[in-house]
Write a protein that binds this ligand. Sequence first.
Ligand SMILES: Cc1cc2nc3c(=O)[nH]c(=O)nc-3n(C[C@H](O)[C@H](O)[C@H](O)COP(=O)(O)OP(=O)(O)OC[C@H]3O[C@@H](n4cnc5c(N)ncnc54)[C@H](O)[C@@H]3O)c2cc1C
Length: 295
Amino acid sequence: MEFLRPATWDEALAAKAGHPGALPVSGGTDVMVELNFDARRPPALLDLNRVGELARWSRDGAVLRLGAAVPYSRIITELSGPLPGLALAARTVGSPQIRNRGTVGGNLGAASPAGDAHPPLLAAGRDVLVEAASVRGTRLIPIDDFYTGVKRNALAPDELIRAVRIPVADGPQQFSKIGTRNAMVIAVCAFGLALHPRTGTVGTGIGSAAPTPRRAADAEEYLGAVLAGRGLWESGEPPGEEVLRRFGELVTAAADPIDDVRGTAGYRRHALTVMARRTFTWAWNDYRREIRSAA
Ligand SMILES: Cc1cc2nc3c(=O)[nH]c(=O)nc-3n(C[C@H](O)[C@H](O)[C@H](O)COP(=O)(O)OP(=O)(O)OC[C@H]3O[C@@H](n4cnc5c(N)ncnc54)[C@H](O)[C@@H]3O)c2cc1C
């Protein structure tokens, strides 16, 4: 197996163009497992660890550009303010060792429906863009178009993920994950929620309960309309039990779970209803505190 070690981004793109079958390695926490179990035997590995820019993030006004190889541990320590939903999700990934190596670029590359970065990225809004680059140029893939099937994504064979552009949070965000134990666990199912007071909208992301991560569009629309229609963004009053019940139902209706070793489809549906209500209630309580303390 060939081992390619580019030192710069341009070299990485050239290597990928010359070897489209080469498997990129960032933190290696998915790749090494696959190699060790002989689940994959690529003709070449493309080690991205010498490309320093991938491990940097920057902020341009209301948009944070997260390099593909910024590890979860740094998202937790450095980005809990601007990206609270992603930081909460990062806290639940694996163990300290996995969080030190694992990256959002790798989570997107693997595109597992159970990846924990996906629900908060979806909830952060439709403006989340994956920067995909090749020697042919750079294109920005909206997060809603990125996941194309079970462990499949929209990258072309010669493309690499350079960064993800994420709007800085304009309101509280929450993440909830159910596993078969408290730590070191792949999600049975997960849910991300973001309040967007600036646009009067609510963002959602469902994990591990459909062939791909996906948003609950009808639930977002329903809750957004209730919050706006009843003037709740201004008053901070809770929307009430009936609305939460309906929101939970619509989130669950957006899922398409299966029975597998981690849980049944029925359990996942039930869990999503609970997580939708809980995450909204947590986020709304935070929002209410924020507007009351600002008044
Ligand atoms: C013990 C253990 C526990 C885990 N727990 C969790 C968990 O709780 N939650 C969770 O979501 N995941 C978990 N994982 C899976 C893994 O840690 C995550 O998916 C992580 O985000 C992968 O990041 P990485 O940088 O290590 O990816 P890598 O293993 O380097 O790569 C993963 C995939 O992405 C591709 N890739 C990497 N970088 C790029 C790039 N720049 N451009 C294009 N493709 C790229 C690779 O070719 C590969 O297909 C766990 C793994 C282990 C071993």
